[in-house]
Design a protein around this ligand. Sequence first.
Ligand SMILES: Cc1cc2nc3c(=O)[nH]c(=O)nc-3n(C[C@H](O)[C@H](O)[C@H](O)COP(=O)(O)OP(=O)(O)OC[C@H]3O[C@@H](n4cnc5c(N)ncnc54)[C@H](O)[C@@H]3O)c2cc1C
Length: 201
Amino acid sequence: MSPYLHFGHLGPLEIALAVNAAVEKDASLSHARDSFFNELIVWRELAVNFVKYAPNYDSDECAEPWARQSLAEHFHDRREWNYTLDQLERGETHDELWNASQLQMVRFGWMHNYMRMYWAKKILEWSPDPATAFAHAVTLNDRYQLDGRDPNGYAGIAWAIVGKFDRPWFDRPIFGKIRYMSAASTGRKFDSKRYIEMVRE
Ligand SMILES: Cc1cc2nc3c(=O)[nH]c(=O)nc-3n(C[C@H](O)[C@H](O)[C@H](O)COP(=O)(O)OP(=O)(O)OC[C@H]3O[C@@H](n4cnc5c(N)ncnc54)[C@H](O)[C@@H]3O)c2cc1C
């Protein structure tokens, strides 16, 4: 839905009324409707409010104090991988799953929400500092996603890289208390081998 919402082809009210009409015909859909509305209304409007009221919505400056402090404590941590914007853009990292998501975005203008989270978190892990990571994620997201240049994109990147709308997690290198996602856990959520092959085809 997001490209259609982004360009105004569809409005959230029209979608919400159609979903409610479907639930009236089949009450078993009500649980799915509730979680869909959580995204369509709660998360989407949170993002709209975020870019309206937070002047630094498109940089790491929008971090909450806990996240800012925690990332600062890990500023000098050694980065095992450090990729330039060009390397990221071409999907030339050591991580096949990440490369597939990047190439999917470049070729098709699309990435599933779960992969978007992983994609942005790895950019934090592989960049010299959080400010550069944030800037690279915004550049790539806005250049290639069909739904890019949207409040949801800035909020999503802020969530992944500086913990916006999230809570402190366990302290670890580079990330500090920002929530971490591993390739192993991400790859288990779906048929990631098939996904990597599909993007290459
Ligand atoms: C790093 C990162 C970057 C992102 N970049 C963008 C972007 O550039 N443009 C964009 O529209 N969304 C972005 N998102 C949010 C989300 O991934 C997409 O809105 C969603 O994947 C779109 O798929 P869909 O329309 O099938 O969603 P559905 O699950 O069908 O949800 C319907 C609608 O609800 C809204 N929605 C769903 N999930 C979210 C969410 N997490 N936050 C805010 N609104 C949500 C969207 O408007 C979406 O179209 C990003 C998320 C992350 C973590």
